[in-house]
Design a protein around this ligand. Structure first.
Ligand SMILES: *Cc1c(COP(=O)(O)O)cnc(C)c1O
Length: 385
């Protein structure tokens, strides 16, 4: 058995070495390092893949979120509702722009923003909702878009973890994650489902005016050379990263399928064990990702009941099985984001999840014998503890 890794970027690279190298070489040979043709080519190819009118590449996923909020013209004091159980980048940019973050609890099954909690958090100052499609599965976009419409709010999808996922509406219509809200952000951090070999990110929207505004914001607020109409930022996807991404994009569906296969093998092994709760896929699809891409498993995250999760983490590590706890501390209890407005009773799900979740190795090169070793090691521990 090969050494188990949380993410195997080298194994993936070995399989596509020639295409990636030649794509990178084109950039070097033409010295089109900034805003070169590769950036434009990748942008177009991603627009086609997603079925979205505009992709605006930028430097990373955190910038993408910030720029999306700047593009919408959100003003200091505007309230932005987002999930308590997510990576800090989401709330960080809200705070950076002097908007008011309003953290709410999540759904215990999908780990995604809780619809009732969103409704409860709306005030006359609410301007936007930021659902995070956590671990590879879309939040309940249908309900969120209805709420947004009723209250005149923007929906900004944080799609850093679910690129390539498909969302199915109740009437059977399908849309790619990140193309449903008013605007979306994604990250091409190397370990994401579509990862660069460095930093990268992008903003997606179907709104022509918003796309125009955002194209200026990423480029120092310039719409005409040396005319600075708004305060912008410098946030570019560099051409070498675009070259890597453009070479990898044709493999994205295959990569996501491979993650789904691994997830299914994990879940089948864990299914009989009561203390291990496997990831739940909730969408209006057939449910098990056999025929659709409703969950693309950026992470494969279990809930462990009645067993000391931290002891389990130590046991896996002792057996050379890497694992992760995403996320160990709720955002409402982080020093930077704690606020007297928050009431612990409003975060019962997140407060429980942080004690129970564990994410297992998940990447495109996982092999069946590795998964079987992981499931056996984990189940043996849970049975005797
Ligand atoms: C990775 C991630 C980000 C940030 O992406 P960077 O490219 O690292 O800036 C934002 N939100 C979520 C949910 C993420 O997982």
């Amino acid at each position: 058995m090969k050494k188990i890794q949380m993410v195997d970027l080298k194994g993936q690279y070995n399989e596509i070495k020639e295409v990636v190298n030649s794509s990178i070489n084109e950039v070097i040979e033409t010295t089109t390092f900034i805003n070169g043709p590769k950036v434009h080519q990748f942008q177009k190819n991603l627009e086609d893949y997603l079925g979205v009118k505009h992709v605006i590449p930028c430097a990373n996923g955190t910038d993408a979120l910030q720029i999306a909020m700047m593009g919408l013209g959100l003003k200091p004091g505007d309230e932005v509702i987002t999930a308590d159980f997510t990576f800090a980048a989401t709330v960080e940019v809200i705070a950076l722009l002097n908007l008011t973050p309003v953290l709410v609890d999540v759904d215990p099954e999908t780990f995604n923003i809780d619809i009732e909690a969103v409704k409860k958090a709306i005030t006359p100052n609410t301007k936007a909702i930021v659902p995070v499609h956590l671990f590879g599965q879309c939040a309940n976009m249908e309900a969120l878009m209805e709420i947004a419409k009723a209250h005149n709010l923007y929906v900004i999808e944080d799609n850093a973890q679910a690129i390539g996922a498909t969302y199915t509406f109740k009437d059977g219509t399908k849309a790619k994650a990140g193309t449903i809200g008013h605007v979306a952000s994604t990250s091409f951090f190397p370990s994401k489902n579509l990862g660069a070999y460095g930093d990268g990110g992008a903003i997606f929207t179907n709104d022509d005016n918003l796309a125009h505004t955002i194209r200026g914001i990423v480029n120092h607020g310039m719409y005409e050379r040396y005319h600075h109409d708004v305060v912008g930022v410098n946030s570019r996807l560099d051409s070498i990263q675009a070259a890597v991404l453009d070479a990898k994009l044709p493999y994205l569906d295959r990569y996501n399928k491979s993650r789904q296969h691994s997830a299914r093998r994990y879940s089948q092994a864990f299914e009989p064990i009561d203390n291990i709760i496997t990831p739940v896929t909730i969408n209006n699809c057939e449910g098990i990702c056999e025929t659709c891409d409703c969950h693309v498993f950026h992470q494969y995250t279990l809930k462990i009941k009645g067993v000391d999760r931290d002891a389990l983490v130590a046991h896996l590590q002792a057996n050379n099985i890497p694992c992760g706890v995403y996320y160990p501390i709720p955002l409402h209890r982080q020093k930077a984001y704690a606020d007297t407005r928050y009431n612990e009773a409003d975060f019962t799900v997140t407060n429980q999840l942080i004690k129970e979740v564990i994410s297992l190795p998940m990447h495109t090169e996982l092999e069946p014998d590795q998964i079987d070793f992981i499931t056996k090691t984990l189940i043996d521990f849970v049975k005797i503890n």
